[in-house]
Design a protein around this ligand. Structure first.
Ligand code: PEP
Length: 254
């Protein structure tokens, strides 16, 4: 499955977000979408309006950028999976490096959220990736493998079909520094092999593996052309409809 997911992060007011969605859908035709599954992840404040705006576009899913692992309770400021489900939200980003770095999210917490998302029938988009320091010391696979091991410890092969893995080297997120297609492919191939061993060959080939980190219209074709890269998780370039549509074109024709 090819997938292009836009992570808007803490950007756009609700009005600006709806204008961005309008610009996006105005540029779409069934031919342009092709076989690509599109996902947008606006801030919590515009999820419901986004779901409503996209009623007529079943090929575009709406994702939350985070969630709490508990269904309800005294967790001031948090949003639960049943709340998201009730809004018809389809997916949730989990373990984004900004959540890990700035909000101290641990692998175990991410695993609990992933378990809760599967229980709520909301598809997790699990982000993994190493820091620059970890890559420089040659530990990138050790780090990514550990993140995968903990997050997916409690997941069956059937459930894994609904999990998307996004490889996002931390040093490439929002920095303009992009992994080379070879670096990205090498990590994706390792993740695919690991998934095959952890689950089975069918599951590993069905699961979408996305690359994320400074994907732009001018570097997308080379990344999306790699064998084990099924699409992208896009930050900055998802905030401009023209850029996101250009990435869609690159992925569709990859
Ligand atoms: C991201 O936030 O997941 C991301 C990949 O950001 P950017 O495309 O801006 O590097």
């Amino acid at each position: 499955m090819k997938m292009l997911a836009g992570n808007w992060k803490m950007n756009t007011t609700p009005q600006e977000g709806l204008a961005l969605l309008d610009a996006l859908v105005n540029g779409l035709t069934p031919e342009r979408i092709g076989e690509v599954h599109l996902v947008v992840a606006p801030p919590f404040t515009h999820l419901w309006a986004s779901v409503q705006r996209l009623w007529d576009f079943p090929e575009i899913s709406v994702a939350a950028q985070n969630c709490h692992e508990q269904a309800s309770g005294a967790y001031t400021g948090e949003v639960s999976l049943p709340m998201l489900k009730d809004l018809d939200v389809d997916a949730v980003l989990l373990g984004h490096s900004e959540r890990r770095q700035y909000f101290g999210e641990t692998d175990r917490q991410i695993a609990s959220k992933l378990r809760a998302a599967l229980n709520a029938e909301i598809s997790p988009i699990l982000c993994v990736g190493e820091t620059l320091e970890e890559r420089k010391s040659g530990r990138e696979w050790e780090v990514v493998q550990h993140q995968l091991q903990v997050a997916l410890a409690d997941v069956s092969a059937d459930e894994a079909h609904n999990v998307v893995v996004a490889y996002e080297p931390v040093w490439a997120i929002g920095t303009g520094e992009v992994a080379s297609p070879e670096q990205a492919q090498e990590m994706h191939a390792r993740i695919r092999t690991w998934l095959r061993e952890r689950f089975d060959a069918d599951t590993a080939s069905i699961m979408a593996l996305l690359y994320g980190g400074s994907v732009k219209p001018d570097n997308a074709a080379a990344l999306f052309g790699q064998k084990d890269i099924n699409g992208g998780l896009i930050g900055g370039a998802s905030l401009k409809a023209d850029d996101f549509l250009a990435l869609l074109d690159a992925l569709r024709s990859a």
